[in-house]
Write a protein that binds this ligand. Structure first.
Ligand code: PMP
Length: 451
């Protein structure tokens, strides 16, 4: 990056720094200091003694932090990059506020969201079943589409069975939260998704992160700790959503076997993007379905729908279908969504060239970005490439500058990543053209220079 632009007074960089210091101080002060209220209260239960922050949402610490961040954004002249309404299908192009952008913010990896065959399948499902199944599947919510989708996913993994949940996030929370308990240990990659952490929290198991992709460090933890717990779950992602890199899965399979632990792989971003046919990290490494105990994936990315799945042995799936609270006490998947993902899976299997185009575009993006000396971290050039900027303000400014130039790409700011890892994250799609990728990297490099 070049030296900061000089203004009439402070340099842009110094101004950012000062504003950040003020914001950080205010954020620290935003936590309510009302712990002592009970002592200062009069008689127990007297309503007037309860501090306002305990009964008003506008004083909730989360909301106060949000208000301070918004104020900071306004001071810096950074437009809110969140909740922008897209006015049609978000593919390689997307329309926002009446203007078309080349889009790198959506995980429509194979371009199957918006595909006429997928749309038709969803419409036909509505015509036959309506828009809701109006009950938990256990009760009256089972439809033939659910089983068809689950059998197709189980076949894609070469495992016995599969169950679909209505949300990808809830799939992890419910599955981990239900299967494990206080005598167990959940060991997850340091970059694991929030839903994994929430599931571990809910389970009551001890939870520990191991350094990103470091199977050696995990081996040491297992050597030391395995004997202190009943069940041990290791959780990885097939493709890490902030960094676009992936684990050396065969190493983890060997570890889990040796230490008699369970291995779970979240394929939210790797199913549809890795392997020759898009069958995920399993196909990439040529593993068997049974090498991993719990295959988890989402339907919201390559499969153009909404929801998540768990695939594995029958005992696992049966157990979840009859007892996991997030499945049993939740409505069955809506017919148009089940039909859309089933159709998307069929399209993916019939047209593996989509997967290869996606892989080629991502590899092109990575190569050009490296040539332009953009910090792409450890990205492997499969579907996701970050441009690491190293400050939240810088990343937000850069995203805004690209938006003005017709590129839609999301900034990823602290606390989603460490402050020095703040970045723009580019999702590639099989719909992108080589020209769009070339132009995007060129504009990105220019705007980083100008930052
Ligand atoms: N796992 C990972 C790795 C994710 O990135 C996400 C979010 N995209 C989820 C789970 C949750 O999936 P969904 O958004 O479909 O609920």
């Amino acid at each position: 990056m070049t030296a900061p632009r000089k203004g009439p007074g402070l340099t842009a960089q110094l101004k950012d720094q000062l504003i950040r210091q003020v914001m950080e101080r205010r954020l620290r002060r935003a936590e309510p200091v009302a712990d002592a209220w009970r002592e200062s209260a009069g008689r127990a239960g007297e309503p007037a003694a309860v501090p306002e922050s305990h009964w008003r949402f506008n004083l909730h610490p989360g909301f106060r932090r949000l208000a301070i961040l918004r104020e900071g954004g306004d001071m810096l002249g950074i437009a809110n990059p969140y909740f922008r309404a897209h006015e049609g299908v978000a593919g390689a192009l997307t329309r926002i506020d009446g203007r078309d952008y080349v889009n790198f913010s959506s995980y429509n990896y194979l371009g199957l969201c918006g595909d006429p065959r997928v749309n038709e399948a969803a419409k036909a499902a509505i015509d036959r079943f309506g828009t809701s199944v109006s009950a938990s599947r256990l009760a009256a919510g089972e439809r033939p589409l659910h089983g068809e989708l689950e059998r197709a996913l189980a076949a894609a993994y070469g495992v016995e069975d599969c169950v679909v949940f209505v949300s990808g996030h809830a799939t992890n929370v419910s599955t981990i939260g239900y299967l494990f308990g206080p005598k167990d240990l959940v060991l997850h990659d340091a970059f694991a998704h929030n839903s994994v952490l929430q599931g571990a929290e809910l389970s009551g198991a001890q939870r520990r992160a191991f350094p990103h992709n470091d199977w050696g460090a995990l081996d040491e933890i297992l050597e030391r700790e395995r004997r202190n717990f009943e069940r041990v779950l290791i959780v990885l992602e097939g493709l890490y959503s902030m960094d676009g890199d992936f684990p050396d899965l065969p190493r983890f399979v060997e570890l889990k076997r040796r230490h008699r632990a369970f291995l779970m792989v979240d394929e939210a971003h790797s199913f549809g993007t890795m392997g020759r046919g898009g069958l995920g990290i399993r196909e990439h490494f040529g593993l068997e379905g049974g090498d991993v105990d719990v295959w988890m994936g989402t339907l919201s990315k390559s499969l153009a729908g909404c929801g998540g799945f768990i695939a594995g042995e029958r005992a696992l799936i049966d157990n979840l279908k009859f007892a996991a609270p997030g499945f049993v006490y939740s409505v069955g998947m809506a017919p148009p969504l089940a039909a859309a993902s089933l159709a998307a899976l069929e399209c993916m299997r019939a047209e593996p060239e989509r997967v290869r185009t996606l892989q080629a575009r991502a590899a092109q993006f990575l190569r050009l970005a490296r040539e332009a000396r953009i910090d792409v971290g450890s990205s492997s050039g499969v579907a996701i490439v970050p441009a690491i900027i190293g400050s939240s303000i810088g990343a937000a400014r850069l995203s805004q500058a690209l938006f003005r130039r017709g590129l839609n790409v999301q900034p990823i700011l602290y606390p989603a990543v460490p402050e020095n890892g703040a970045r723009l994250r580019f999702f590639l799609s099989s719909l992108h053209t080589e020209e769009q990728v070339r132009n995007a990297v060129a504009v990105l490099a220019e705007e980083i220079e100008a930052l």
